[in-house]
Design a protein around this ligand. Structure first.
Ligand code: PLP
Length: 456
């Protein structure tokens, strides 16, 4: 077989890719026609493709490369760890220093009494863990009938059987027999699209109280937990009205159900604090983490668990775990990533410096004729594309077409933004500089202009 390297012509790489590599969330037959863009290297906030183009990555990969690309320190830590102890498991009463050190660091960073970590290889796996953990908790408490988990439509918690069921994505539920039983969904707090004539404050309360109504309908003694992202990411960066979270927290407390905050996107600085729960004043019993934990350099996820839950789970054998739970190389790299986030005060910069600068510039996109709202928290934001700003109207036919066309224009202009139907998202590396923020906004505006022309 020929050697496949960066030096092959792009078309050849694309043909081999389409022939043998099945892509996530893609129509494979389209890839054979169009060809995937081949990314060959990256540094800071920029990717390079096989044609030598430099692309500004305003999505930090998949919302994960928080410290930016190309940090040599992480490569060195990975190499050192591979030489010293490339693998050992944490089953059956064994452990190793990278897992011990990372767990202690996460316990220090996490709010409240979230002091215990159960590792996974990804966010999906961690949410599968959570589903089993909250049910096991109530079984141990002598209430096995408390097993239903409530989630929200349009939430994203992963795409495994468990986490895809926990999520509320219609596209995922339409394939492969999801959702599994025992999971219920309520509506999302998406005022711009669904708020009608209610004020954001009224709407926030209305959506929060759907949780209470759902608990009443099912019976409190059958509900184990509520799971939610502090800010819905993949659903379109949906930032709830201010009234929403305090009411949800009240309901979880009064109704004796556990609360799982899915921090896979919001964690590790994305919202201007270490965790979105701190930004929004949430008190979770379990937090799901992944992505920014290692800035995406190596796969790792986990559940950070409260004293209350850990004590109950720890009193029995929890028959759960993955070969790569607490993988030493992943833990060592994650720890180094946390060191960089902390020492370079990256979270503080998101809160006090480059974050507010990006928010101010991003807000100007609302002046574009095709943009209905431009909202951002920390360094995650989205704009709503609309044919009629004052009516908060969606584009009539084929929801997502305009977003897709605009995303394609961004891609052509060497800017990566993502679209969810007719919302366009940004979530750049947290180390993005002010000049690069200006460039991001300039390219976004140009792509919106071109997208608008394509609609007409
Ligand atoms: N939870 C949230 C909030 C996510 O955004 C994602 C991925 O985008 C996941 C869970 C799943 O994580 P993974 O893709 O690592 O399985």
């Amino acid at each position: 077989m020929q050697q496949i390297t960066n030096h092959l012509p792009t078309a050849e790489l694309q043909a081999l890719d389409a022939a043998h590599h099945m892509h996530p969330f893609s129509t494979q037959s389209d890839l054979a026609k169009v060809g995937a863009r081949v990314i060959t290297s990256a540094s800071g906030v920029r990717l390079k493709d096989s044609e030598g183009q430099e692309i500004l990555d305003a999505m930090a990969g998949l919302w994960c490369v928080n410290i930016g690309y190309g940090r040599e320190e992480l490569a060195q830590v990975a190499a050192r760890q591979i030489r010293e102890l490339p693998y050992y498991n944490t089953f059956f009463q064994t452990t190793h220093v990278p897992a011990i050190a990372l767990s202690a660091k996460l316990a220090e960073l996490a709010p409240g009494d979230l002091n215990h970590v159960f590792y996974a290889g990804s966010g999906s796996e961690a949410n599968d863990t959570n589903l089993r953990m909250v049910r096991t908790y109530w079984e141990q408490m002598g209430k096995p009938e408390k097993s239903i988990v409530i989630s929200r439509w349009n939430a994203y918690h992963g795409s495994s059987v468990g986490s895809g069921s926990l999520g509320g994505m219609k596209g995922i539920h339409s394939q492969g027999g999801l959702p599994i039983p025992g999971i219920e969904h309520i509506d999302q707090p998406h005022w711009w699209a669904e708020g009608g004539d209610l004020s954001p404050e009224e709407f926030g309360l209305e959506r929060a109280r759907q949780l209470e109504a759902k608990i009443d309908e099912l019976g409190e003694d059958r509900v184990a937990a509520f799971i939610a992202e502090p800010v819905q990411g993949a659903g379109g960066v949906i930032i709830a009205p201010d009234t929403y979270w305090p009411e949800v927290m009240r309901i979880c407390r009064e109704r004796d159900i556990l609360f799982i905050a899915d921090e896979v996107i919001c964690g590790f600085g994305r919202t201007g604090n270490w965790f979105g729960s701190q930004t929004l004043n949430l008190t979770p019993d379990i937090m799901t983490v992944a992505k920014g934990l290692s800035s995406g350099y190596v796969p790792i996820g986990g559940s950070i668990v409260s004293d209350k839950v850990a004590e109950v789970i720890g009193a029995t054998e929890f028959n759960h775990g993955y070969t790569y739970s607490g993988h030493p190389v992943a833990c060592a790299v994650a720890l180094e990533n946390l060191r960089i986030l902390e020492e370079e005060k990256i979270v503080e910069k998101v809160r006090e410096d480059t974050g507010p600068y990006l928010q101010e510039k991003f807000a100007t996109l609302a002046d574009h004729p095709m943009v209905g709202e431009a909202k951002m928290i920390g360094m995650m934001g989205s704009i709503a594309l609309t044919p009629d700003k004052s009516a908060r109207a969606p584009f009539a036919a084929d929801a997502g077409t305009v977003g897709y066309m605009t995303r394609e224009r961004c891609f052509a202009n060497n800017l990566i933004m993502r679209h969810v139907y007719d919302r366009m998202i940004v979530s750049p590396p947290l180390v993005i500089s002010k000049p690069d923020i200006d460039l991001l906004i300039e390219r976004a505006w140009q792509s919106l202009d071109e997208g608008m022309k394509a609609v007409k």
